[in-house]
Design a protein around this ligand. Structure first.
Ligand code: S3P
Length: 436
């Protein structure tokens, strides 16, 4: 349980933890590579630790020191059969990417997670994997995990995905490592491209053109060092907090700003945000920068179409920002929010409305109206918040609580550990800083 109240301003600098998507992929490809892979900046959140546990159960030695993870890769055919069901916890990325890898093994396996995970749709990967000849089915015949997988050689596929999902794309590309020829995935809009970038870095022939990506199965992948940049999805809470909390100035160091992830920065610019990019550079084959965020007078905007996959995880906190942006904000084409760790359209709308916001949930997004900008009296009042095992709900409403009259109580706040252990402590440090 966490209790949040209004703060006079947030000041200081911080480094957010490593990117969750990149951390998962580094362990997975490291396990399938020849030789060792070392990972710096790895996110030790519960989701990525689930990925580590799963590979350990398949015979991969993974050493964790303070700031380096060492994965002793055993090659594409070096995994051994797990002796029990692999526990994927709350992690959709572990489930869907690992299913692609497991489909091509010479052993059978099963995957299962927590209540939230086991309610999420898996037909989106069962379908393309089945087209590849995989033996995969939902144990409860309900299109959800637990998943039962009979490993076998796979056929190539040219899959046209109905959803812009990096997890679906990555599942097919990873299964494609084990196919008898070239496979491809075409998605309706480009989703995050970390798998493609990292497969190339490990030596695979992966080509992207528009929204299509192809993989030619390699003989081997080769271990290497991966330096994981900070997670923009974690930085998003501090970006929003800095923009809407009066009297704030926050420097967020080493944030990954890959175009396929950084839609929130384009939206912030449209809304009139004061964000300066400092020290642009490359980290682990990914663009990164430090961001200087100052309280801003925001205006409403329309968020729709191809930008949606590039900010999908940030939409809850963007919806919060919209409550502090003068005028109307419309978010559409984001139906995927309904099948995340929770139904984020329903939960975000319900909690924002309980805090006094003018928010209308739609089938695929939100319509939010606000008459006030930053610096005006708070538009929200405190409320009790339940997170339903959804870390992004907890962090969004922590930021809301800092800008609401009265108390905001976040019930199951420990779920932030999924992607951001230490989140509340870092937030607290910023509001302990004296205003200038
Ligand atoms: C992820 C892809 C996205 C995102 C998730 C992480 C990934 O999911 O929401 O948090 O690492 O590939 P979808 O592929 O379902 O959009």
């Amino acid at each position: 349980m966490r209790r949040l109240t209004r703060v006079p301003g947030l000041r200081g600098s911080l480094t957010v933890p490593g990117d969750k998507s990149i951390s998962h992929r580094a362990v997975m490809l490291g396990a399938l590579a020849e030789g060792d892979t070392t990972i710096s900046g790895f996110l030790k959140g519960a989701d990525c630790l689930s990925t580590i546990d799963c590979f350990r159960q398949m015979g991969i030695r993974i050493e964790e020191s303070h700031d380096i993870i060492r994965v002793h890769g055993k090659g594409l055919h070096g995994l051994r059969a797990p002796s029990a069901t692999l526990n994927v916890g709350n992690s959709g990325t572990t489930t869907r990417l690992l299913a692609g890898i497991l489909a091509g093994q010479s052993f059978n396996s099963a995957l299962s997670g927590d209540a939230s995970l086991n309610a999420r749709p898996m037909n989106r990967i069962i379908k393309p994997l089945t087209m590849m000849g995989a033996g995969i089915r939902s144990a409860g015949n309900n299109g959800c995990a637990p998943l039962l997988i009979e490993g076998r050689p796979l056929e190539p596929v040219h899959y046209i995905s109905p959803v812009a999902s990096a997890q679906v794309k990555s599942c097919v590309l990873l299964a494609g490592l084990y196919a008898r020829g070239e496979s491809s995935v075409t998605e309706p809009a480009l989703s995050r491209d970390h798998t493609e970038r990292m497969l190339r870095a490990f030596g695979a022939d992966v080509r992207s053109q528009g929204n299509t990506c192809r993989i030619i199965p390699p003989d081997s992948l080769y271990g290497r060092h991966i330096d994981v940049p900070g997670d923009i999805s974690s930085a998003a809470y501090f970006i929003a907090a800095g923009l809407i909390t009066p009297g704030s100035e926050i420097e967020i160091r080493n944030v990954g700003i890959n175009d396929t992830r950084s839609g929130i920065l384009r939206v912030c610019q449209d809304m009139g945000a004061d964000i300066t990019y400092l020290n642009r550079r490359e980290a682990g084959g990914e663009p990164a920068a430090d961001l200087l965020v100052r309280t801003s007078d925001l205006t409403g905007t329309v968020i729709e179409g191809d930008i949606i996959p590039t900010l999908i995880d940030e939409l809850p906190v963007i919806a919060l920002m919209a409550c502090f942006a003068r005028g109307e904000t419309v978010i559409r084409d984001a139906r995927e929010l309904r099948v995340k760790e929770s139904d984020r359209i329903e939960l975000v709308s319900r909690h924002l409305a309980a805090m006094g916001a003018d928010v209308i949930p739609t089938e695929d997004g939100f319509i939010i109206n606000s008459r006030q900008g930053a610096g005006s009296p708070p538009v929200l009042h405190g409320a009790p918040i339940s997170c339903f095992l959804d870390h992004r709900i907890a962090m969004t409403f922590a930021v809301a609580g800092l800008n609401a009259e009265g108390e905001t109580l976040i019930a199951d706040s420990q779920c932030v550990d999924v992607s951001y252990p230490g989140f509340f402590e870092q937030l607290e440090k910023l509001h302990c800083q004296k205003p200038k």
